[in-house]
Design a protein around this ligand. Structure first.
Ligand code: DX5
Length: 232
């Protein structure tokens, strides 16, 4: 498994959903030069969420070349059991599926890990965190959505932070090696509260690619997040 393990270094993870779809590699190269090493690919099927985005070919296009990012493929799709292995084969370092779209998450997590891929499980805002807490022994990444999934550019949902705190507390209590990721509306205002709550992987699309200087925005967000995470 090539995916990095939690190491105390907070990662701001640019979401390629907010990149220029006609120049994703070029957009990524600017951030890689600034030190970014992990990108998020938001996969949307127009059914689980009301939007269509990317397939596995984007992961293939981004991997297997110098400066390629680690990639988490965030499957906002109705049938992760069918397509999870396709995103593993495309080169994903993590495949993250939604708890709401999977009746047997432990089995799917085991299957994907068996294919050599790290596994994440995500919950939508209305889904209680208990379902993720039960899986911490079976996964590598726990994703708390801080917007209703489907579109970038939404506002951060502060009332999701107790879920982040609960995950961080359980991970530290039980000595788990699991990333706590947030995704949606992460920006200069919310990055520190999210990291202070215990998130060590923070997906940001608009706040990075929508900035006049994406590399500087990524660096500034990363510095803010690390300081807040370390101050917990
Ligand atoms: C929602 C998407 C977005 C995206 C980041 O389904 O997952 O959260 O990654 O969007 P921003 O950072 O622009 O809110």
């Amino acid at each position: 498994m090539s995916a990095p393990r939690p190491d105390g270094r907070v990662r701001v993870v640019p979401s390629l959903l907010a990149a220029d779809f006609g120049a994703v590699r070029q957009d990524w190269a600017v951030l890689a030069a600034a030190g970014a090493d992990w990108a998020s690919v938001d996969v949307m099927d127009g059914h689980f969420v009301p939007n269509l985005s990317f397939g596995p070919d984007l992961v293939k296009a981004m991997k297997g070349r110098p400066g390629a990012p680690f990639i988490d493929s965030h499957l906002m799709i109705t049938d992760p059991g069918k397509y999870g292995s396709v995103f593993v084969a495309a080169g994903s370092d993590w495949v993250t599926f939604h708890l709401e779209a999977c009746a047997r998450p432990k089995e799917l997590a085991k299957e994907l890990r068996g294919l050599g891929c790290a596994v994440g499980v995500a919950i939508k805002p209305k889904t209680p965190v208990a379902g993720l807490l039960e899986l911490l022994g079976d996964i590598d990444l726990a994703l708390v959505m801080t917007v209703e999934p489907g579109f970038g550019g939404q506002s951060f949902m502060e009332d999701m932070l107790p879920k982040v705190r609960a995950l961080r507390a359980a991970i530290e209590r039980d000595g788990r090696n699991v990333w706590v990721q947030v995704d949606g509306g992460v920006n200069a205002k919310w990055i520190a509260p999210a990291a202070a709550a215990g998130a060590d992987s923070l997906v940001a699309g608009s706040a990075v690619f929508g900035a006049p200087d994406p590399a500087r925005a990524w660096r500034d967000l990363t510095a803010k997040a690390q300081e807040a995470f370390d101050s917990r």
